[in-house]
Design a protein around this ligand. Structure first.
Ligand code: TEU
Ligand code: CA
Length: 567
């Protein structure tokens, strides 16, 4: 076994653990039922106790909240519901006092249609801001009628056409997401100047980095060709908006003009990214970003309609994807590690088992599987408590534009029955991750004194931070131990990843090696005890496990064990 010398370049963001906060659902300080900045400030002690290093905060800028803040109307002001810029400045300084860095969510593929740039752009064809966005003439109908058709057949990620007709100038504008999220035209150098200037303004305030929303989409195919029709409705935009012709050029420019001037961390949310593209976006040469989020594991199960399905990924499928990313980026680019975020269902419900018998044990196993891998781990708020999906009884329970639009589009078009869509939404809706954080077993789970904007999961009586902090064997303290291990065990951060037991249908196993140290991670992904010969080998000292007692030569239901054999 070649002993790999620790040649990996050291960096703080490689050794860090990131905690994602969705402010709307984290903590409400003023009783309006909506989480806010001062609510986050109240829980910095909690986050420092968990041991995380960085807080990635979903967008807090001014926004009409068509997509809960991912539609920004002023990049340099704070959303009224979340507080003031002064509140933000206090949060930033207090976070730093708690040894927590703050990474902002940068949404610059599109703005809100209420942003001043778009308000100007739509006024007239010769407005100075016209080309800040992507405007196209209507297409003539082939039947010779005078119907005005969209420029091509592209579909929006939030259902419907990706083009919105604007009467004032008789043209269509592109919106890959909602109608209120017009795409910026990154081919316009004035857009790049404005975005880079704004980013520099935030860096000068002392933030510690950016998570870049759909940054792989900022360069479109200039021919805007029709896409392959999906579900008999609209053309697939992915091949023409992801990883486009100038995306790496623009990110290199961003790096030169802003990022390289500060000691900050950057992670790109790169919809449609491949391993080869990731090697450019997150190249070890530091010319673009530090790391990227890939989507293959969370998109592993093909949707029955659109992305929607009620099927869960199998271990062999999940392992093949994750192992590919671990081995193929080795030495070339840095991985982000995640099972959940504000766009995904709760990880213990999707990849583990959220039944009362197995929720805790499988949440710990999943966390171990992820945190022992090579890359920077991301914890989504509440995953450290083992929070689960909520059961939605009716469409009225949902708040997320993606879910609501998909329900109407697919049932209206007869592509799914209401019952099927409710099953799919219960499995995958982003609202599953956006239920209020469960702090206590008191009113509204301690999230708010008012009426929460989204329903609290009824299981908050049993699952909440207060209960977790009172139980040394809780998911919270297990996460704390995983984080502490990462901070004190170099092989976990820098060790080379090697898959083990690749043919097993039950066990996910791998090893990490560094300077002669070998860490072995074993995870049983099933609710049954399974034989595990590897457990009987001399793998060194056990670093962590979610069971106190073990069965020789076997792994119990959802059992994980990590061993370290020192050089
Ligand atoms: O999400 C981008 C994205 O790819 C989404 O379509 C996501 O994959 C999908 O919702 C998963 O089902 C980013 C943000 O994370 C998301 O919250 C925003 O809604 C979206 O961009 C537009 O800004
Ligand atoms: Ca509030």
């Amino acid at each position: 076994m070649p002993v790999n010398k620790d040649t990996e370049k050291k960096a703080w963001w490689k050794e860090a653990v990131i905690y994602q906060i969705y402010p709307r659902s984290f903590a409400d300080s003023n009783g309006d039922g909506i989480g806010d900045l001062n609510g986050i400030r109240r829980h910095l002690d909690y986050l420092e106790k968990l041991g995380v290093d960085v807080l990635w905060i979903s967008p807090v800028y001014k926004s009409p909240n068509d997509d809960n803040g991912y539609d920004i109307s002023d990049y340099q002001d704070i959303m009224t519901e979340f507080g003031t810029m002064e509140d933000f400045d206090c949060l930033l300084s207090e976070a730093h006092e708690h040894h927590l860095k703050i990474v902002m969510d940068l949404v610059v593929n599109h703005t809100s249609d209420e942003h001043a740039w778009f308000v100007e752009s739509r006024k007239s064809k010769d407005n100075p801001h016209r080309d800040f966005y992507i405007w196209k003439d209507p297409k003539k109908a082939e039947d010779g009628s005078d119907a005005l058709l969209p420029p091509n057949n592209w579909g929006s990620c939030f259902s419907g056409s990706a083009w919105q007709f604007d009467k004032a100038t008789g043209m269509y504008y592109l919106h890959c997401f909602s109608k209120k999220q017009p795409d910026l035209n990154w081919d316009n150098p004035k857009v790049r100047d404005s975005v880079f200037g704004m980013m520099d303004w935030w860096c000068k305030k002392g933030i510690d980095g950016f998570r870049m929303d759909v940054i792989s989409m900022i360069s479109k195919d200039p021919s805007f060709p029709d896409g392959k029709v999906m579900d008999g409705l609209y053309g697939d935009i992915t091949p023409y908006v992801c990883n486009g012709p100038h995306v790496h050029e623009y990110l290199k420019e961003m790096n030169t003009r802003v990022l390289s001037r500060y000691d900050i961390m950057t992670v790109g949310e790169t919809a449609g990214v491949t391993v080869d593209e990731a090697k450019k976006y997150a190249s070890s040469d530091g010319s673009e970003l530090n790391m990227v989020f890939q989507f293959e594991h969370v998109g592993a199960v093909p949707g029955k309609v659109g992305k929607w399905t009620d099927e869960k990924p199998s271990l062999p499928v999940l392992r093949k994807i994750l192992n590919k990313w671990q081995t193929e980026l080795e030495g070339k680019a840095w991985n982000s590690l995640y099972f959940g975020n504000h766009d995904q269902p709760r990880s213990v419900s999707r990849f583990g088992n959220d039944s009362p018998a197995f929720r805790v044990i499988s949440a710990k196993m999943l966390a171990t599987c992820l945190h022992m891998m090579k890359g920077t781990p991301y914890i989504f708020e509440g995953d450290e408590l083992g929070m689960t999906n909520i059961h939605f009884d009716s469409l009225e329970d949902f708040r997320d534009i993606e879910s609501i639009n998909a329900y109407h589009e697919y049932t209206d078009k007869g592509l799914a029955t209401p019952e099927e869509m409710m099953r799919y939404l219960n499995e995958l809706s982003r609202d599953n991750a956006r239920t209020p954080m469960q702090w206590t077993d008191g009113k509204n789970a301690g999230f708010s004194d008012g009426t929460p904007w989204s329903r609290v999961n009824p299981n908050y009586k049993e699952i909440n931070a207060e209960v977790e902090l009172a139980d040394p064997d809780s998911v919270f303290f297990y996460y704390q131990k995983l984080i502490r291990l990462r901070h004190t065990t170099p092989v976990i951060v820098y060790g080379i990843f090697r898959p083990l037991l690749e043919d097993s249908n039950e066990i996910y196993a791998y090893e990490r090696t560094l300077d002669g140290d070998t860490l072995t991670c074993l995870c049983n992904f099933t609710d049954k005890e399974v034989a595990c010969d590897l457990c009987s080998k001399d793998l060194g000292n056990e670093l962590i496990s979610n069971y106190k007692e073990h069965v020789p030569g076997a792994l119990q239901a959802y059992e994980t064990r990590v061993f370290l054999k020192k050089n």
